[in-house]
Design a protein around this ligand. Structure first.
Ligand SMILES: Cc1cc2nc3c(=O)[nH]c(=O)nc-3n(C[C@H](O)[C@H](O)[C@H](O)COP(=O)(O)OP(=O)(O)OC[C@H]3O[C@@H](n4cnc5c(N)ncnc54)[C@H](O)[C@@H]3O)c2cc1C
Length: 386
């Protein structure tokens, strides 16, 4: 049904990606897991397909397929190793969107074509050790000095930071105003004196993803690198997160679909009490619940993405899609692990890897609790239009 609402070129492109995933990505799943990275020839295919720049308009070298196109592709990519999401999600999402939404024409011309082509990588520096969910509590400062802004502070958990060329950084220019006009967004180029990469943390999943601290020590940023207006950075950052949340929902749905297939395949071949476990109602009901929740998450995500592309920017819709998809995907992983019995706990079935990886999505780009906060605020202000 939804296909009628989506341009044929986008559906055709999604089909191309589906074939790429099947032919080039799924067969190297174990290799990526063992090496902690995607082999360069496959990364080049990702570049050639334009997957780094799906949300970037064609005039800046991207594919310009919008949130809906990107979500459909992200769902297909969910059938591949999570490293693919790590590879392309930042350039398509939080790493480019602030420039796209609020940047000057010069900034767009200078940065977006290389991000779209995957020649350069980006990162988004919002979170700090003392300012996670409460991002407005940040302490990284930006002080004007002639034609420069001087940045000092520490960001952490920044995806892509160790390999990024372009850093979008949120810093405090007015401690009194904070989220109400006191935070500014900057572009900081790799190699700028005073910009340093700090500690890397080991994490429970997504081994091929890179994240680290980013340290600013008297880092001088030219004033032309301010994104949008001084003091409007927090609003830009929040808008930037909307598209990230939608596509995160789409990835969760892709992973959940793949898990459901793994659960159903296993249930058909695993024999206990003289018959395949798929014949037990307890197993059938788990599969049915997974399928129903995936379908509900998919409908929600697509509706929110289509409305986003139509110009309807209700952040609460993206939050609902992300909240629901990330939570059901974890439930699906848990049920599919249960269907596999003891084998589900073994590394070779890969279910445990999804179980670990999916846990991340209830935390990043706003925890489930923060999504509920965004949604309830819209409800209480009578702003939510479903
Ligand atoms: C692998 C990884 C990659 C990341 N990549 C990036 C990145 O690229 N850029 C970036 O800027 N950040 C990034 N982050 C940071 C991520 O967005 C934060 O971890 C997340 O926003 C939560 O902040 P926190 O970890 O400080 O948790 P906290 O804010 O300390 O939250 C702890 C708990 O308290 C709850 N809580 C907090 N406030 C409330 C409230 N008002 N009501 C109810 N419950 C509340 C939270 O939901 C959570 O359960 C990344 C994190 C991870 C783990």
């Amino acid at each position: 049904m939804y296909k009628q609402a989506i341009a044929k070129e986008i559906l055709d492109f999604t089909d191309t990606v589906k074939k790429f995933v099947k032919k080039d990505c799924e067969p190297i799943d174990d290799l990526i897991e063992a090496q902690g990275k995607i082999p360069e020839p496959v990364v080049q295919k990702v570049r050639d397909l334009g997957l780094y720049g799906m949300t970037i308009p064609t005039e800046y070298g991207g594919l310009g397929i919008g949130a809906t196109g990107y979500c459909l592709v992200a769902k297909q990519m969910g059938w591949a190793h999570g490293a693919f999401r790590s590879l392309i999600a930042v350039n398509n999402g939080i790493g480019s969107q602030a420039i796209l939404l609020a940047g000057s024409e010069e900034q767009k011309q200078k940065y977006l074509p290389d991000l779209a082509a995957g020649k350069k990588l980006s990162c988004f520096c919002l979170t700090e050790p003392g300012a996670g969910s409460d991002a407005g509590a940040m302490t990284t400062t930006a002080v004007k000095d002639g034609k420069f802004w001087v940045l000092n502070g520490l960001k952490h958990f920044i995806t892509n930071a160790p390999i990024a060329d372009v850093f979008t950084v949120l810093a405090l220019n007015d401690k009194e105003k904070r989220t109400k006009g006191g935070i500014t967004a900057f572009i900081v180029d790799k190699g700028t004196p005073g910009l340093k990469i700090g500690q890397l943390h080991e994490h429970m999943g997504s081994k091929a993803a890179h994240q680290s601290e980013v340290i600013f020590e008297d880092c001088r940023v030219p004033e032309e690198n301010v994104i949008g207006k001084v003091g409007e950075g927090f609003r830009t950052a929040m808008k930037t997160l909307d598209i990230g949340r939608l596509t995160l929902a789409a990835s969760c749905i892709g992973y959940a679909e793949k898990l459901l297939k793994m659960g159903s395949d296993y249930a058909k071949v695993r024999v206990q009490f003289g018959k395949p476990i798929a014949e037990f109602q307890a197993i059938q009901w788990m599969l049915a619940d997974c399928a129903t929740e995936i379908y509900a998450a998919d409908c929600m995500m697509l509706d929110a993405a289509l409305r986003y592309d139509a110009g309807e920017r209700q952040g609460a819709l993206a939050s609902m899609a992300k909240l629901y998809a990330s939570e059901i995907a974890c439930k699906v992983a848990d049920r599919v692990l249960q269907i596999h019995g003891g084998m589900g706990y073994m590394v070779e079935t890969k279910v445990e890897r999804y179980y670990r990886e999916l846990r991340l999505y209830r935390l990043v780009e706003g925890t489930s609790e923060i999504q509920r906060l965004v949604i309830s605020r819209a409800v209480l202000k009578d702003e939510l239009q479903i």
